[in-house]
Design a protein around this ligand. Structure first.
Ligand code: 13P
Ligand code: SF4
Length: 365
């Protein structure tokens, strides 16, 4: 194994091969690589890709599985860039992490630039010395995670956001929550924190655009960031589906807007959504507010229930969608030939502090 790292580009023959051919080649490459390879797949991936995942999960489950998969030399991450970065931070020294298409980013993570986050942190520290704990959603860059790690904070996912906020409030009276304002607001509100004790920090405005008296009252400072997929669900969608589908239960992801979450019957992370629908009795009717590949699979896997997308239109994560069969096949065949293409490698100076924040997350129950 030469262990080359190159930001590779897909050769034409992969783009032109049929789905059946590529699937067969992926199977062969996977078999040849054996235990030296583990493929992790996020639930929002396409069907033709997720079926090759050794483990599928939401962000929390995949980061735990990535950290536990010590036998494999290569972790191929079918997800987005911040997930591969987190796996790279948690990996053992002999392991490498590969993202089949390096352009698979996350628009939410891009909304929190680490320089902006540093400026915000400095202002908050000046206003409230020692009073703020930073929490970053895992959907953020390694540099933001490193800032949070250095300043005594933790990473969270949608699966453990409430536990993370409790952990933080047990230590200091205020929280800076980066970068998803909706996950932060929905979680804090559910824990009993009123909306007038939360402010939204806009990194593009002086002092976050927050008036001094609002900041003084704030227990939760929410970064102005959002998911381009989940914010497409609207309160009108909830009203409409209730009219059209008698007895329907509305279950949404906490990255949805506050008004949508308030109208829904239940809110939960990706794993919670899957578990809840799976455990419901035959004949149940569900309208789900999350990414449409997951909703489509839930419908297939629960043929005795009605499972619909809340919006009625395909809310798809365009960046997750970049991981397709040609890219997966290309990455695996290169590995088989001894070339590790599209490795994600977090710089050493960032790794240790970011790891601190991720390890805190993995230890919070
Ligand atoms: P979870 O995987 O934590 O449910 O988050 C959803 C998501 O948007 C991933 O990017
Ligand atoms: Fe980012 Fe939203 Fe896509 Fe998740 S679903 S990767 S938060 S854009």
């Amino acid at each position: 194994m030469t262990g080359l790292t190159a930001p590779g580009t897909l050769e034409r023959e992969y783009a032109e091969a049929t789905e059946e051919e590529l699937a067969e080649r992926v199977r062969e490459a996977k078999a040849a690589l054996g235990k030296g390879l583990v493929i992790l797949g996020h639930h929002y991936q396409r069907d033709e890709v997720i079926r090759f995942a050794d483990f599928r999960g939401d962000s929390l489950k995949l980061s735990q599985q990535g950290a536990a998969a010590r036998d494999a030399s290569f972790i191929v991450f079918c997800g987005v860039h911040f997930m591969a970065e987190s796996a790279d931070i948690l990996r053992a020294p002999h392991q490498r992490v590969i993202l089949p298409d390096l352009k698979a980013g996350c628009s939410m993570a891009d909304m929190a630039d680490s320089d902006h986050a540093e400026e915000c942190w400095d202002e908050l520290e000046e206003a409230f010395p020692g009073e703020v704990t930073p929490i970053t959603y895992i959907n953020s860059t390694a540099a933001v995670k490193a800032l949070v790690g250095r300043e005594g904070g933790t990473v969270c996912t949608s699966g453990n956001a409430e536990a993370s906020l409790r952990w933080a409030f047990a230590r200091r009276p205020r929280v800076l929550f980066i970068p998803d304002e909706h996950l932060g607001r929905n979680t804090a509100f559910r824990m009993g924190i009123p909306l007038d004790e939360m402010v939204v920090w806009d990194p593009w405005r002086p002092h976050g655009g927050v008036a001094p008296e609002s900041l003084r009252r704030a227990r939760v400072i929410l970064w102005k960031g959002c998911c381009s997929v989940h914010t497409r669900f609207a309160p009108e969608h909830v009203d409409r589906v209730r009219e059209q589908v008698p007895g329907v239960q509305v279950l949404v992801h906490p990255e949805c807007r506050f008004e949508v979450v308030q109208k829904a019957d239940q809110v939960g992370s990706t794993e919670t959504i899957i578990r809840t629908v799976g455990a419901s009795p035959a004949g149940s009717r569900w309208a789900i507010g999350t990414e449409h590949h997951l909703v489509g699979r839930l419908a297939q896997e629960n043929p005795d229930k009605t499972v619909l997308s809340l919006s009625g239109i395909a809310c798809q994560c365009a960046t997750m969608y970049r991981i397709d069969l040609p890219h997966l096949c290309w990455a695996l065949e290169n590995l088989r030939e001894g070339r590790a293409v599209n490795c994600v490698s977090v710089p050493e100076e960032t790794r240790a502090a970011a790891r601190l924040a991720l390890d805190r997350m993995l230890s919070i129950r």
